[in-house]
Write a protein that binds this ligand. Structure first.
Ligand code: 2NL
Length: 359
């Protein structure tokens, strides 16, 4: 057979190969060790130089033509196979997907974060302390002596036994002991908030034995009720996201402050938000506060003629209910996932004073 005849036979067979297996068999038959083209290439060695100059280019041309035809046919067969798969395998993009389970931020945690951010903007640091306290830090240092009715008023949970200093152990009834510990350990000026869990033996629709409180404390020279008023007004405006708000300061009594002041916020039942002027149609009590009692300052080793300050306290759970329109306090602590999905906040949502209340 002539080289030309062999070339046209091989190219025709390659063009006709219907799949890659057939093509591979053709490659072995032509270019493999025992292949027809390989045999021709080997025969070049036995030719005279004159014959070789004629046959060499021919046979090498044959080999190249066959190799490139094989490559082209292989690419064509693979492209056809891929197109066939693409046509056959379809994905229905309208099918519902199953999302991984997602948690949510509890409203109390969300409000705690918002409060920390608002007070951080005013220069307050967050302070924390133990939930199992002793009665000196929880009561005595706060000007609540033994047998004082205020100890009974707090419906205290006592923990069995005494601590190393012989003091009664209690579940803290407020976060004030955190402030006492801060004053004992740090030199003024002091600007802190103390958010956290507190415990009182009380349980009905509006009281749970564990609830959340945030207290604030400022100790410096020359602090007055005016500083207290500005701080609370700035806080209320930022937390409820209103430009103006009416505040009512009522005289009150706490053993640890003198004078003591309860703060009511003017409220509009139309907007369900704190309001000012003619929009106010009711008052809500939101904060207890006052100037820190000189005896409390002295109990913390500071000279009350040199250092003054104000303090305030409020319930985080109640703030969360007011801001987000929640109604049953007990639902906060039921751990009912349906309630959390309906009222929780998206994970990784960044709390901000500009974010706005949820719809
Ligand atoms: C309320 C009232 C209040 C304080 C807490 C406080 C802390 C220290 C010294 C003086 Cl270390 N006062 N805290 C003061 C006034 C009121 O809370 O109704 N809380 C829910």
């Amino acid at each position: 057979m002539t080289t030309d005849q062999l070339q046209s036979d091989l190219l025709a067979a390659i063009e006709a190969a219907a799949d890659v297996q057939t093509l591979e068999a053709l490659r072995v038959a032509a270019l493999g060790k025992q292949g027809s083209v390989t045999a021709l290439l080997k025969s070049l060695g036995g030719l005279t130089p004159e014959e070789r100059t004629i046959q060499g280019p021919r046979i090498n041309g044959l080999r190249e033509a066959v190799a490139s035809a094989l490559a082209a046919r292989k690419a064509a067969l693979e492209a056809a196979a891929l197109n066939a798969r693409l046509a056959a395998e379809t994905q229905d993009m309208t099918l519902p997907v199953s999302l991984p389970a997602q948690g949510s931020i509890h409203p109390v945690s969300q409000v705690m974060d918002e409060l920390a951010e608002i007070f951080a903007d005013m220069g307050f640091a967050v302070a924390t302390g133990p939930e199992i306290e002793d009665d000196w830090h929880n009561f005595t240092a706060l000007n609540i002596p033994e047998h004082h009715p205020a100890r009974a008023m707090h419906d205290t949970f006592y923990v069995d036994g005494l601590d190393a200093e012989g003091r009664k152990r209690v579940l803290r009834t407020h976060t004030s002991p955190v402030q006492i510990r801060t004053m004992l350990a740090n030199k003024p000026p002091i600007r802190i908030i103390a958010p956290g869990r507190v415990y009182r033996s009380d349980s009905d629709a509006t009281h749970t034995p564990m609830f959340h409180q945030i207290e604030g404390l400022v100790i410096d020279k020359g602090i007055t009720l005016a500083h207290l008023r500005w701080t609370l007004e700035t806080f209320i405006k930022a937390f409820f996201e209103v430009d103006d708000v009416a505040l009512r300061f009522r005289p009150s009594y706490f053993p640890f402050t003198e004078p003591s002041v309860e703060v009511d916020v003017g409220y509009s039942s139309k907007t369900n938000k704190p309001a000012a002027g003619a929009d106010v149609d009711k008052w809500l009590e939101v904060l207890g506060s006052g100037m820190v009692h000189p005896r409390v300052i002295a109990a913390c080793g500071l000279d009350p003629t040199e250092w003054q300050g104000f303090a305030f306290g409020t319930g985080v759970d109640r703030l969360a209910m007011l801001k987000y329109g929640l109604t049953d306090l007990r639902a906060f602590f039921d751990g009912d996932l349906r309630w959390l999905r309906a009222n929780g906040f998206a994970a990784l949502d960044i709390p901000s004073i500009s974010a706005g209340a949820r719809p």
